[in-house]
Ligand binder design. Structure first.
Ligand SMILES: [Ca+2]
Ligand SMILES: [Ca+2]
Ligand SMILES: [Ca+2]
Length: 210
């Protein structure tokens, strides 16, 4: 299975080569300060969106398996295998790691604490930028230079959004030209995880309750 996923990822990059030169890391130094009320609300809305059984905790089945399952409705099967690979790695990076003794599920408060640690690591090793690029490539179905509203709509289906795609699409399409470039996607992704006070970029995953 692992070999298959590696092959699928290799196919993705071979099939869908893109210009990454213009993309710069958009992450900022993470802060040890108490998260803002808006930051807590957007993380709560995002986690609730993925918490399918609504028990107030996100577990691996919900984050990895059910999210991959939704991706099968939206993407060709080989791209869903890439989704599985991205999410499996993310689960260990963000939700279940040595900092919480590899807990099997997390509340939003526990996750915010883990994010502080993970974001500090992302800043130092560019993993965060790679993660954004992996998602950009995975949902860039026509292998073009940018993401259309239809492609972004599939990203929102995968992340269980209840919002029409136009709302988060328009806040991510910073220059308003009707497409999301790799840089705009990376900016939107980074703003979601780092910006404490901007209500617009809180819509990145289509979470309605900001
Ligand atoms: Ca749950
Ligand atoms: Ca595209
Ligand atoms: Ca744009």
């Amino acid at each position: 299975m692992k070999l298959l996923i590696i092959v699928q990822v290799a196919v993705l990059y071979a099939t869908c080569l893109h210009d990454v030169k213009g993309r710069e890391s958009t992450t900022e130094e993470s802060s040890n300060a108490e998260p803002s009320a808006l930051f807590k609300r957007k993380m709560h809305a995002y986690l609730t969106q993925l918490d399918v059984n609504k028990d107030g905790k996100l577990d691996k089945r919900e984050y990895v398996d059910l999210t991959t399952e939704r991706s099968r409705q939206a993407l060709p099967s080989w791209r869903s295998k890439v989704v599985y690979a991205i999410l499996s790695a993310s689960w260990g990076t963000w939700f279940s790691n040595e900092h919480n003794q590899y807990k099997q599920s997390v509340t939003v408060d526990e996750w915010i604490e883990l994010l502080k640690i993970a974001n500090a690591n992302f800043t130092s090793n560019s993993k965060f930028s790679e993660w954004c690029e992996d998602w950009f490539d995975t949902i860039n179905l026509d292998c073009g230079e940018d993401i259309s509203v239809d492609e972004f709509g599939k990203f929102l289906v995968i992340f269980h959004s209840a919002l029409p795609p136009e709302v988060p699409f328009n806040t991510t399409d910073q220059d308003g030209n009707g497409v999301i470039t790799g840089q705009e996607f990376a900016n939107g992704c980074a703003q979601f995880y780092y910006n404490q006070n901007d209500p617009e970029t809180a819509f990145f995953y289509g979470s309605p309750d900001n």
